[in-house]
Every structure is written in C-alpha cells, then in structure tokens.
Design a protein around this ligand. Structure first.
Ligand SMILES: Cc1cc2nc3c(=O)[nH]c(=O)nc-3n(C[C@H](O)[C@H](O)[C@H](O)COP(=O)(O)OP(=O)(O)OC[C@H]3O[C@@H](n4cnc5c(N)ncnc54)[C@H](O)[C@@H]3O)c2cc1C
Length: 402
C-alpha cells in the first residue's frame, strides 16, 4: 500500500529536469572522494540500475519519453577546460564512453557563443519526461496490485506489538513494515531531519522553438546539458522542442519549509532568464511559457542515505540531493532489503551503513548554508579557487549542493 500526501509525482519526481543518470553518488568525482573503495562497485550497481530502469521504459506499458542521448557538460571559463579533462579521465577510468569536445566541436553540437569546450558522456545518461514517468510508474504499480491512496498524508508512526501503526487523517493502517521515501518534506522521524535540508531549485520552460530558432541553435543530438561551475545550470529539450532551463540558485529558507507557496521565486526566474539569453542570444524574443520550483532533499554528502527505526520495522531512503531520478530506484530496492532484514552485497556497503555528517540545528543551519552558498559563488568568480571555509568543509566531509 502506498500512502501519498498529495498526488503521486507532485514532489520532485514530477518536476525535475529529467536527467536520468546511472550515478548513485551524485557524480563520479563526489563518489571517489567519499566512497573510494566502493566506487567501482557503486558504478557497476548504478549502471545495472540504469539499464533495468531504461528497459522498463522501453516497454510500451510505461511511456516516460526516454531518450538515450547521453549528456553534455560545458565549460564557460578557460579554467573549466581542465575540470572537463579531469572528469573525462575519471569517467573513462570507470568504463564510461566520454568524449572531450573542443570549442568548435561543442558549438557544432549546440550553438552558444559562451561554450569553450564540452564533454559528451554517452553511457549511463538519458533523458525522461518526469511527469509522464511518474504517471507511468503509478499506473504500473496499480496494475501490479499496489493499493494507492493519494491525498492521505501520514501524520505519525507508532510501534505496535506486530508492526507499525501508520496514522492518517482518515484512518490508521496496521503495517508490518514501512518504507519512508518522504524526500525533502517534513520527516516522520526526528533522526532524518538532522541530515536533510530542503533546498529549492527553480526552472523555466520556453515556448516550442520554431524552425528558424531550431536552425539557429543546432542541438540535433538533443543531449541534456549542464555547465560545470559550482552554481550550474541544467537544460534540455522536450519532445515538442521547448527548452527546459533550471538550476543555478539553490534557495534554502530558515527552518526548511516546503510547500506550493514556494514554487514561485521571482528573483531566481529573472536571473535564469538573463542567463538563458546570454547563453543563446540568437533566441531573443522567445518567451517562457512555464515556470516552477521544487524541493531537493539535500544532505551533506549529496547522495542517498539509509537507516532503520522502530526496531527495524521502518526503513528510510532519501538525500539524493538533486540526482535521484535513477538513484531512487536503487534506494527503494535497498530500503526493501533493509526491511526484510536481508544481508546482501548491497546492504554491506558503506553508502548504506554510514550516514552523512548532520547539518547543525537552526539558527546555525541557515548561517552555515548561506555562508557556504556565498563562498561557492565566490569560488566561481575567483577562478575556481576554494577559500578557507570551503576547504575546511571539504576536510570535514561536509558539503552543500543542489
Ligand atoms: C527542480 C528539480 C530538478 C531536478 N532535476 C533532476 C534531474 O534532472 N535528474 C535527477 O536525477 N534528479 C533531479 N532532481 C531530483 C529528483 O527529482 C529527486 O531526487 C527524486 O525525484 C526523488 O524522488 P523521491 O520519490 O525520493 O521524492 P519525491 O518525488 O519528492 O516524492 C516524495 C513524496 O512523498 C510525499 N510525502 C512526503 N511526506 C509525506 C507524508 N507525511 N505522508 C505521505 N506522503 C508524503 C510527497 O507528497 C511526495 O510526493 C530534481 C529535483 C528538483 C526539485
């Protein structure tokens, strides 16, 4: 039985950029710094998870508009070219098909005067339509016999002799086991709140590009694109040739509120729009038809973490920090293993056993996050050089990302 506070897919799953990536560690560089001994296995598990999900999406039963395009990372500053090379080397070391593109090659793929170089990764990277993926998974689960109760927020969990009472406004569900996947929303266990900070990410979508604009931009390969700075944009085409353009700002508010009243954020939309036309000046005159925001379950190591509570009757999997489209499938699988009390190759991994460094409580939390955001922006302005604050956090294994 699935209990959903609003509608399935109303959270991050239905409003993300649709970059489906094999990485379980929020990228290979982050994986290497945090799980060096396990990265090879995590990469293998990530690719298996990616393949299994794309196979599901190739079945006609789930239409998630899967496009096996790979993705491009682009450099906008000369110093970022070295970062691309480092990333390419790492990806190849772990078996990926990654090709460096020089200025002319990247602009031949996608025409932006800002691009200085690019990296095209063709393995473990695809695009999906997040809304359709959510709807397709929901329908597939219902066909498989899952009872889905939407608009049924869970208010509390109570341990009982045989299992767990799951309290909702309309009734109580007596469950043997419960898997929590509440993402950035107010957690049902106090322990989770120490590790997760809800960070808002905002997105614009344009009107469909006409033929003239399509010719002006190229992008025949339809890859998902992101730039490599600390504060990065991500963007992609939709099936009807709109551009979805998001990222850059990562907005944390005191106390970590989440709700529809925060889906709009004018200063970020203005910034995103300005950056869009700087990247694609030839699209001047194109209008944005949609805008939205969504909460990201940021944790200090940027990758899913797990735990159990109430004597092993409850397990949780969250903390994907903006890269959970593929990884949440893996998270669910591990969460179910934990509930079954099964010891597997996967449950023995450090990524499963060890939790991230917690964020401090408020008001310190807001101060630390704002300072870190500010220092990351400064590093982007300052040739990528990380100042003393970021270096200290790096040493402590504490980070902030979206
Ligand atoms: C704007 C944006 C862009 C992103 N882009 C990408 C991307 O391109 N690629 C990528 O890999 N990742 C991306 N992400 C992250 C990705 O969307 C998430 O990691 C992933 O969807 C998380 O899935 P989830 O099921 O854990 O959480 P969610 O999809 O947030 O689902 C959690 C659900 O739990 C429900 N819930 C919460 N509390 C309760 C309760 N008490 N009772 C009942 N139900 C409850 C919520 O209503 C919600 O539906 C992005 C996220 C955002 C916000």
């Amino acid at each position: 039985m699935l209990l959903e506070a609003t509608r399935c897919g109303a959270g991050a799953s239905g409003r993300n950029g649709g970059f489906l990536q094999s990485s379980l560690t929020h990228g290979i560089g982050n994986g290497l710094s945090r799980f060096p001994d396990e990265l090879e296995r995590l990469e293998r598990l990530g690719l298996e998870n990616f393949r299994a999900l794309t196979e599901d999406l190739e079945r006609p039963a789930i239409d998630g508009e899967l496009e096996l395009t790979g993705d491009l990372i682009v450099a906008l500053e000369p110093r970022e070219l070295a970062d691309l090379e480092e990333e390419a080397e790492l990806l190849r070391r772990f078996g990926h098909d990654a090709e460096l593109l020089d200025r002319e090659q990247i602009r031949a793929e996608v025409n932006s005067p800002m691009y200085l170089g690019g990296l095209w990764t063709r393995t473990g990277s695809a695009l999906v339509h997040p809304g359709k993926l959510g709807d397709g998974l929901r329908a597939a689960a219902a066909r498989d016999g899952v009872r889905i109760h939407e608009y049924s927020p869970v208010r509390a969990l109570r341990r009982t002799a045989a299992g767990v009472s799951v309290i909702t406004d309309g009734g109580v569900v007596d469950a043997r086991r419960v898997l929590l996947a509440t993402s950035a929303y107010p957690p049902l266990l106090r322990a989770i709140g120490r590790y997760v900070a809800p960070v808002y990410d905002y997105v614009l979508a344009t009107e469909p590009l006409g033929e003239r604009m399509r010719e002006a931009i190229g992008w025949a390969g339809r890859q998902g694109i992101s730039d490599i700075g600390n504060q990065f944009h991500y963007y992609r085409l939709t099936a009807d040739w709109r551009i979805v353009w998001g990222g850059y700002d990562a907005v944390y508010r005191y106390g970590g509120p989440v709700g529809p009243q925060l889906d709009d954020h004018e200063p970020t939309f203005a910034k995103l729009s300005q950056h869009f036309f700087a990247t694609f000046p030839q699209l001047e005159g194109l209008r944005f038809s949609h805008r939205w925001g969504g909460a990201i379950d940021t944790c200090s190591r940027f990758s899913v973490f797990f735990g159990t509570a109430l004597g092993g009757r409850v397990a949780y999997a969250l903390g994907y920090t903006g890269l959970g489209v593929g990884a949440s499938r893996f998270g669910a699988r591990v969460g179910l293993d934990l509930l079954d009390g099964r010891e597997t190759e996967v449950t023995a991994l450090t990524i499963v056993r060890r939790r991230p460094v917690p964020f401090p409580p408020e008001p310190l939390r807001t101060g630390v996050i704002q300072l870190t955001r500010n220092r990351l922006a400064a590093a982007d302005r300052n040739d990528g050089r990380r100042g003393i604050w970021l270096r200290t956090l790096d040493r402590m294994g504490l980070g902030f990302d979206s």
